[in-house]
Structure formats: structure tokens, C-alpha cells
Design a protein around this ligand. Sequence first.
Ligand SMILES: [Cu+2]
Length: 171
Amino acid sequence: MSVTPPAKRIWWNEPIEKVELIWIVIAFLWGLFMFGFMIAWHFIGQQNLNREAYRIAPSNYEAKVEAFASKHKVREEKQWWPILELEKGKSYRLHISSLDWQHGFSLQPVNINIQVHPGYEHVITLTPTESGEFGIICNEFCGIGHHQMAGKIYVTEQKRAEAGARLAEGR
Ligand SMILES: [Cu+2]
């Protein structure tokens, strides 16, 4: 079937079909409901990231990342860096920023998406609830190397020594 123009050229003066009107009203009311419910989602569901952010010069952020990475480095892997290795059940504060322009931080497969801007250090508090390997991809088209902007976060089970200590203490 080919796409053809409407038979009547001035089609927008035609009366609206009843079923179409019903759907427009339903969609409109649903939109209003969802708009109002944004306030509720702020308090329930635990899906809102915190809004903690600071201004930071990209060069200062770079220095911070370098210092952090060299202090906590345990091994090297060919990937977008630094790759974090976190422990399940522990809380972390991730400081995310950009050195050049806007990027996206998309944590997969949990689908947590954050926009990353230069000049702003966005602090995200997170507590991994499951162990495994999580992928990070940039989901803002940022330039020629965009398709290579992939990183990782490892989440390990709690370290044995610590878990043992906790058992011994009866926690
Ligand atoms: Cu990108």
C-alpha cells in the first residue's frame, strides 16, 4: 500500500472521529496524572538519584581522578578507566564529571542514566545490591570516539576477611 494524500485537501476542517477524541482525552488525562505523580515519585520508589553537585574546573577534576586512581589501583585492564571494583552492600559516593563536553553515564543492565557535564561534579551515592559485572556506556553522542566510550564496574561479594570478622562479632 502506498501512502497517499488525504482525499479532501482541507482535511483539518473535518469533524473529529468520536473514538479519536476519546483517545486524545484519555492520553491527555494520563499525561496530567503522570505530571502530578512526578511529585510522588520524588518520595517513593527509591529511583531518584540525589541532586548533589558542585562546580569544579575540568583540570581539577582530572587531577582528582588521577590521584584517586593511583591511590586505589590494584590492576590494569584495557577499558575506559578507572574501572571500579565495589563491594556488594557497601555505600559509595561516585564523583562524576567530564573533562571536555557533555557525555552520558549509562549503567547497564540496571539502566541508571546520568548526564555528565564539564564544570560540574555530580556526586551519586550508591549501594550495590547485587554482585556481577556492570557495563557503563556513554549515551550522549559526544564525538568521533563515542562508540568506544564503554567502561565497567565490578561488584564483588563482601570480602571474606571482613565478612568473617563480622560473623565473629555476631553482626
Ligand atoms: Cu559519547
